[in-house]
Design a protein around this ligand. Structure first.
Ligand SMILES: *Cc1c(COP(=O)(O)O)cnc(C)c1O
Length: 495
């Protein structure tokens, strides 16, 4: 199976899966998509229901990764989804109330769902380097506003033929996030704080990527630049698995009968997670509607309602920061599947030039068949955390609460009573300060104390990767100027 760019209208030569994963972005700026979507047959699905998560993942990914053997994938998945690091099960389904389920993707090394992909993707990349005859070491540079950095560090630590440097804004991440990164283990990783904001860090990384002189010096030193970005196919593919897994669990428990469909509501930022659910649906998983949940930055809600995507609007910082995004990159893949590559190339050119585009009526209708968008503002989010705790004794993080609020709006408005699976993307303890405030209606003593105070108040155990954080050894203390980022790369590699 070959991979093509979302913007490629000629489609005469594609690339292999390994090449797509190694390369990340297509040469024309588009995103890689598989040439066909394999079907999830009834027999295949019922076989998966008897497997553990790692085996389910290997079997589903094998459908797309022809140049990887099943044995390779199974070995990687067993390491990636090992019970030691996924202590509560890889993606358990928690019944909040009749007909409403929370798919908990945060019993993972960094307590947020990006691990579901970032634990396996580095292993796919490491193999991709070998499969494409690459002799250089891949250097992964990441600019992070918090969560991605930690998840990437955990995923790439001690992976063969890969080195990683993470840059974060020294005053732009939370204390918990800073501690999580500064105490990171692994011989092939380094963490640097930047004097500046997230944009400075991001711009610095983009500059390094765009600089031919840097590429040449790295190449001479035996390195090639690569990214851990969420537009990489190797990050998207593993996300299909947990929706399949949720279906297995729903049918096994009898909550979903043969022939019934379920709806999925996803707290959305870059549109990766919900797009994986869409692919699962296209492949035959019996999903009805996909509810795209946004926060106060509701560019996607507006797009799904009007057909116009317009990023020219104020940007808000919210208590669900991983969804504070105005350009949802993976939406390009949905455009490709609904409008085709020529229209996609055109819409993306308009987005680059004017910051907006409007899809044609047929595309809008095709998207409407599956997607519906809602948003929750800051008040809705806090009220939902409070209400779900009071009514259901279920503690949700700020991102999950956005989705719970939107799922509720959807069900109330439409009367659709199909089982609803809400993607729960982070542990409530990752955002303990805001969760505590919402539940207790007062502030915690401070951000670190909030973990213990929330646990004392609710009796819910602190998610293990976050317990004892304050007492871990800090390994990375360096703070540098943003214009010193390139030099710091050379220094790290000894070039
Ligand atoms: C990244 C993230 C999201 C958004 O996921 P996308 O795939 O970018 O849409 C939602 N919640 C949390 C906690 C995240 O870290």
């Amino acid at each position: 199976m070959n991979y093509f760019s979302t913007r490629d209208t000629r489609r005469d030569v594609g690339v292999s899966a390994a090449q797509a994963i190694k390369q990340g972005l297509a040469g024309d700026g588009g995103l890689f998509v598989p040439e066909t979507l394999p079907a999830l047959t009834k027999e295949f699905l019922s076989e998966l229901c008897r497997d553990d998560y790692a085996t389910r993942a290997a079997k589903v990914m094998k459908l797309f990764l022809e140049d990887y053997t099943y044995e390779e994938l199974l070995e990687d998945c067993q390491k990636a989804y090992a019970p030691e690091s996924f202590r509560g099960g890889a993606a358990p389904l928690h019944k909040v109330e009749d007909g409403l389920y929370s798919l908990e993707m945060w019993h993972v090394p960094t307590a947020a769902f990006k691990d579901m992909a970032l634990q396996i993707m580095p292993r796919l990349l490491s193999r991709a380097l070998k499969k494409t005859g690459e002799e250089r070491t891949a250097l992964i540079l990441v600019a992070t506003s918090g969560d991605t950095g930690k998840a990437a560090l955990e995923g790439y630590r001690d992976i063969d033929q890969i080195k990683m440097i993470v840059f974060y804004p020294v005053d732009g991440v939370s204390r918990v996030q800073k501690l999580q990164m500064a105490t990171q283990e692994g011989d092939n990783v380094r963490v640097l704080a930047i004097r500046g904001n997230f944009d400075d860090a991001q711009t610095g990384v983009k500059k390094i990527f765009g600089d031919a002189a840097v590429a040449e010096r790295l190449d001479k030193g035996g390195y090639l630049l690569s990214s851990a970005n969420s537009i990489n196919w190797g990050r998207l593919l593993p996300q299909i698995v947990y929706y399949v897994s949720a279906w297995c669990d729903l049918t096994a428990s009898g909550d979903l009968k043969d022939g019934e469909t379920f709806n999925v509501c996803v707290p959305t930022g870059n549109f990766g997670n919900i797009f994986a659910a869409y692919l699962a649906r296209c492949m035959g998983l019996p999903i009805g509607k996909l509810i795209c949940a946004s926060n106060k930055n509701h560019v996607l809600t507006d797009f799904l309602q009007t057909g116009t995507y317009d990023r020219n609007r104020p940007f808000h910082l919210t208590m669900s920061p991983s969804m504070d995004i105005l350009i949802s990159s993976n939406l390009e893949r949905l455009l490709y599947f609904t409008a085709g590559s020529a229209a996609t190339a055109d819409y993306m050119a308009q987005l680059n030039k004017n910051g907006c585009y409007t899809v044609d009526a047929a595309t809008k209708a095709e998207i409407d068949r599956v997607f519906v968008g809602y948003f929750a503002d800051e008040n809705d989010t806090a009220a939902t955390i409070h209400k779900v705790w009071e009514n259901n004794h279920y503690l949700s993080d700020t991102h999950t609460a956005v989705a719970l609020s939107c799922a509720d709006k959807y069900m109330t408005e439409t009367g659709d009573r199909a089982p609803m699976v809400v993607a729960s993307t982070a542990s409530p303890y990752k955002f303990a300060n805001d969760v505590y405030r919402a539940v207790a209606c007062k502030d915690a003593t401070d951000e670190l104390a909030a973990l213990d105070e929330l646990s004392a108040l609710t009796g819910v155990e602190i998610t293990y990767p976050l317990a004892g954080l304050a007492s871990r050894t800090v390994r990375f203390k360096d703070v540098i100027d943003a214009d010193g980022m390139t030099d710091s790369v050379y220094e790290t590699l000894g070039l």
